[in-house]
Each structure stands twice: as C-alpha cells, then as structure tokens.
Ligand binder design. Structure first.
Ligand SMILES: Cc1cc2nc3c(=O)[nH]c(=O)nc-3n(C[C@H](O)[C@H](O)[C@H](O)COP(=O)(O)OP(=O)(O)OC[C@H]3O[C@@H](n4cnc5c(N)ncnc54)[C@H](O)[C@@H]3O)c2cc1C
Ligand SMILES: NC(=O)c1ccc[n+]([C@@H]2O[C@H](COP(=O)([O-])OP(=O)(O)OC[C@H]3O[C@@H](n4cnc5c(N)ncnc54)[C@H](O)[C@@H]3O)[C@@H](O)[C@H]2O)c1
Length: 479
C-alpha cells in the first residue's frame, strides 16, 4: 500500500474541487485533488456549456421561423442534425479541452491523483486499492451530483431512456420526445429540441416548471412554454415499458385522468442528487441521515458537524449552480487549510437563470419565503412592453418583491425576454442593498426591455406607499 500525506485532500476535481484545491494552496496548504475521471467538469462536459450550445442552435432555427412576423419570409428552416450536434460537440470539446489542460498540468505536478476516494478513518482516504492519503488538516468533499432516475424508468434499462449526460451524443434530432421532469434541465433541453423540429411532450409531478414558486410567474411561464411543447404538469409517472422500437408510458394527472402514449425516446430530467454514496463518510465521524446526507452541516462554513470534513458544490445539495460551486470551493478550501479555525464564507445575492425563451430567473428572496403582510409585489406584463413588442418577444411577467417597512428590494422572479440581463441588474441592486427608490433613480434608456423592470418597480413603490401611507416613498422622489 502506497502512503501519501498532504495538508488538504479534495475529493473530486470538478469546478468546486479545483477551486477548493486552489484556495487551500493559496492559504498555504499542500493540497491535492483526487478524481477517477472523466475529468473536464460537469459544467463543460455535460452541463452548462453543451446545453447552451444546443439552445443557441435552437434559437437560430427559431429566429428563422419567427422572421415572418417582420415580413421576412425564410420558410421552414432546414435543420441538419449532424451539423447541429457536430457544432455542439466540437465547441463542447473545446471548453472541455481547457479544463483537461489544467488537469494535466496538476497531474504532472503531483497535485491531481487519478482514483476514486473513500474514507477509511477521519482524515484518511483510500484511493483505489493501493493508495492511502492522509490529510493533516481536513478533507473537502466535492463529488458533484448524479442524475436521479425514478424507479419506473431505472428498471427499464433501455437505451431509449436517456438523461442529460447522453443527450449531447445524439446523432439525430428525434422526431418525438417525452421529457419526464420540467425542472431547468427538462424545459431547457425540451424547448431546444422542440425548436430543432422534435414534437416534445413534457410531464412533471410537482406542477412547477423551471422550479418556479411564484404562482403568477409560474402561470406565465407555463403559457409561454406551452406554445412549443405539450405540458402535463402535476402528472405522475405510473408505468413504462419498452414496446418494439418505442417506450410506452402511462401517467396520471392531478384530476385522476390517466393518459398513455408511446415515444421513440424518453429524456429523464427528474433531478440530480449529491453523489455521497460510497464515500463512507461515517468513517470520518460524520453522522448521516436516512438519505445518506450529513445530519449536521453548517451552510456558512460548509463544515460537517465538528468533523474535519467540508462539502462543496453540487455534493452539498444546496445551490447546485456553477457560480455557487466556485464560491463553495473557495470557502471550503480556505476553511480546510485553516482547520480548525473555520470562518463563514461571504455569499452573493441568490441568482438563478433558466435559459428558455423567455428566460426564467430568480433573484434574492424566494416568493415562498415572503411574509405577504409586510411585503409588496410589483409587476409588469411583457405583452405590451415597448421594446419586447418591437422585437416580437412580448411574452412574460416580471414580479419584484419589496419590504414595506424599509423600502428595500428583496427579490424578484421573472419569465421575460432578456431575462438573464434583467436578473443580473436585480441581483446587483439587491446585493448592494438598494431600496426601490434608489434603483428608480438610476438611468433607464429608451426603448429597452429594462423599462419593463422600471414599470414593475414603480408598481411596487405605489403598492408599498398605499400600504404604508407613503412612508416608504417619502424617502426620495424617483421618476
Ligand atoms: C444539463 C445541465 C445544465 C446545467 N446548466 C447550468 C447553467 O446553465 N448554469 C449553472 O450555473 N449551472 C448549470 N448546471 C449545474 C452545474 O453544471 C453544476 O452545478 C456544477 O457543474 C457542479 O460542479 P461540481 O464541482 O459540484 O461537480 P462536478 O463538476 O460534477 O465535479 C465532481 C467531480 O467529482 C468526481 N468524483 C465523484 N465521486 C468521486 C470519488 N469518490 N472520488 C473522487 N472523485 C469523485 C467526479 O468524477 C467529478 O469530476 C447544469 C447542470 C446540468 C446537468
Ligand atoms: N440554467 C441553469 O442554471 C441550469 C440548467 C440545468 C440544470 N441546472 C441544475 O441542475 C439541477 C437539476 O435539474 P433538473 O431539472 O434535473 O432537476 P429539478 O429537481 O429542478 O427538476 C426535476 C423535475 O422532475 C420531476 N419529476 C421527478 N420525478 C418525477 C416522476 N417520477 N414523474 C414525473 N416527474 C418527475 C419534478 O416534478 C421536476 O419537474 C438544477 O437544480 C439546477 O441547479 C441548472
């Protein structure tokens, strides 16, 4: 058995792991990452980047179709699957290539170990069968997440049931597709394939699309997405089996109505779960609950109880997003290097964007965390918003949440054209702790989609004033 002793061992060389290793090193620790591969990070290989590449192709096809609204008639676009998927994979491989280059350089310096790690004792990891790594200070667990298949689909073991890891390897654009799950993955990939020519049916159990909790924004998103896909929300998968060249599926809607159909391909987008199984965290002194997650986990320091173990990125199951994996990695790496002197990490305003069209985004406080007796909601419908109408992209709803007592902007949920940009403006304002009045004093050009945001903020200010008798709006005079 080979033995290696380091200050900090990081399990996983994805985005969170690589950032954790770097942060630990910057803090003066000898830190290594351990990963059996495939390297290249989930984001670049099978996540953010290939999905956005597929969406970019879909947007091009959609723009050709939509040109008729402007009197420009290009006809039905001819989508060449080999070329579409070829570009997706070529560009994806380019992004992955940068990650692999960094990984190679780490390996050459002995800072990246090839192998699967598991705990054998506190601070001690077995890597494969012949290596033992001891971390003098602490271990960071950054093992990411894996697709969670419902048993009905898992049991099928059919090549006609794929997940998001496999979708980018498709050679053909399917003629018809059933997407099970309407979270970010289901709606992004479902709408993209619909625009590339697939007839897409989406079903989901929880009644939500794109994880939207605000009921008004949810209704607007459903109506926007239903223009291109058949949506069955609140539909439970009841049975599935392979029948000839297709998969037969039966599901039950909330009204009890049973539907069934056959599809040549099913995309399971039923969520992802932290990949903590097999790590034997108990041997590190971490107590686990019945789902195999740490019973005690400090969301601010990312430490598991009082053990010398930190969890970062998707493995923590808190904010499974790329920019959060980077921040998590930095917090966990720094704390692991300084162990036992751990400090809470600085967090940014919550921000999540789903790249459908219109885009869905949430910023700051979530709708279901608001006390509606002390908060007001302002909104704008994009149906008549000037610039959105000019571009024939006039669909969506933006809602902003504010505190009646302080006039502070608390959060926002939107399904809107240029949603990714509106969401960033809102996130920056919320993190800067601006009041609604202060945001309204900032410049808004004309004609831009941001004028829609201004309308929502004016609506919010009016509602706050009505509730407080003008106390919040008296703080300043905005436009
Ligand atoms: C289809 C899709 C689209 C997405 N789009 C977006 C987007 O647009 N924007 C966004 O912000 N986020 C997006 N995400 C989420 C984002 O990709 C993830 O949040 C992020 O990549 C997680 O990084 P991570 O470091 O936690 O995990 P990963 O990058 O998965 O890294 C985990 C690493 O751990 C290794 N590992 C696992 N077990 C062990 C073990 N026992 N020993 C050693 N190593 C191990 C794995 O090999 C892997 O390299 C998307 C995800 C998917 C699936
Ligand atoms: N743009 C982005 O930032 C982006 C894009 C894609 C993915 N992601 C990340 O990936 C994570 C995983 O995404 P996701 O969409 O797979 O997960 P999700 O958990 O958000 O959605 C899962 C969906 O599957 C449905 N579902 C689960 N079991 C079902 C069943 N048996 N029958 C019918 N429906 C069922 C749920 O109702 C839900 O609609 C997200 O949380 C997100 O952090 C982010």
């Amino acid at each position: 058995m080979r033995e290696q002793t380091v200050d900090v061992a990081v399990i996983g060389a994805g985005t969170a792991g690589l950032n954790a290793r770097r942060a630990a090193e910057k803090a003066g620790a000898h830190a290594v990452a351990i990963d059996p591969g495939p390297l290249g990070t989930t984001c670049a290989r099978v996540g953010c980047m290939p999905s956005k590449l597929l969406i970019a192709a879909a947007e091009a096809a959609h723009a050709v179709r939509e040109a008729r609204h402007f009197g420009v008639h290009a006809g039905e676009p001819r989508v060449v699957p080999g070329e579409v998927m070829g570009r997706v994979r070529r560009e994806r491989d380019r992004f992955v290539g940068f990650q692999l280059k960094d990984a190679k350089s780490l390996s050459e310096r002995g800072l990246l170990i090839d192998g699967r790690a598991r705990f054998v004792a506190p601070n001690v990891l077995a890597v494969g069968d012949d290596l033992r790594v001891t971390a003098r200070r602490a271990v960071v667990v950054a093992v990411g997440s894996a697709v969670r298949l419902p048993p009905i689909l898992a049991r099928l073991e059919s090549s006609r049931v794929i997940d998001s890891d496999k979708v980018f390897e498709l050679e053909a654009i399917p003629e018809r597709l059933l997407v099970v799950g309407a979270g970010p993955i289901g709606v992004e990939l479902g709408q993209a394939l619909a625009r590339l020519g697939t007839r897409v049916t989406v079903l989901c159990a929880d009644g939500k699309v794109a994880a939207i909790r605000d009921p008004a924004v949810l209704a607007a998103a459903k109506s926007a997405l239903a223009r291109e896909m058949t949506l069955h929300t609140r539909s439970n998968l009841e049975a599935a089996e392979e029948r000839g060249d297709e998969v037969w599926v039966r599901f039950r809607g909330e009204d009890g109505e049973v539907s069934e159909g056959t599809w040549p391909l099913v995309l399971a987008a039923t969520g992802r779960a932290p990949r903590l199984g097999g790590l034997e965290l108990e041997r590190a002194g971490v107590l686990l609950d019945d789902k195999g997650r740490p019973r005690e986990f400090d969301k601010t320091t990312l430490q598991c109880g009082s053990a010398p173990v930190f969890i970062a990125g998707d493995a923590a199951g808190l904010r499974p997003l790329l920019h959060e994996a980077i921040d998590d990695g930095q917090i966990a790496g720094r704390n692991a290097a300084a162990f036992p002197e751990v400090l809470p990490g600085e967090r940014r305003a919550p921000l999540a964007i789903v790249f459908t069209d219109p885009q869905v985004a949430s910023v700051g406080r979530r709708f279901d965390s608001l006390d509606l007796s002390t908060c007001s909601i302002g909104q704008v419908d994009f149906a008549d918003q000037g610039r959105a109408r000019v571009m024939a992209k006039n669909h969506g709803l933006l809602r902003v949440y504010g505190s009646d007592a302080t006039g502070a902007l608390l959060g926002a949920k939107l399904v809107a054209p240029a949603g990714e940009h509106l969401a960033h403006l809102l996130a920056w304002a919320i993190q800067s702790e601006l009041t609604v009045d202060q945001v309204l004093r900032l410049p808004f050009y004309h004609p831009v989609v941001e004028e829609g945001l201004r309308s929502a903020l004016i609506d919010l200010r009016t509602k706050m004033s009505a509730k407080t008798g003008g106390a919040t709006s008296r703080k300043s005079s905005g436009p």
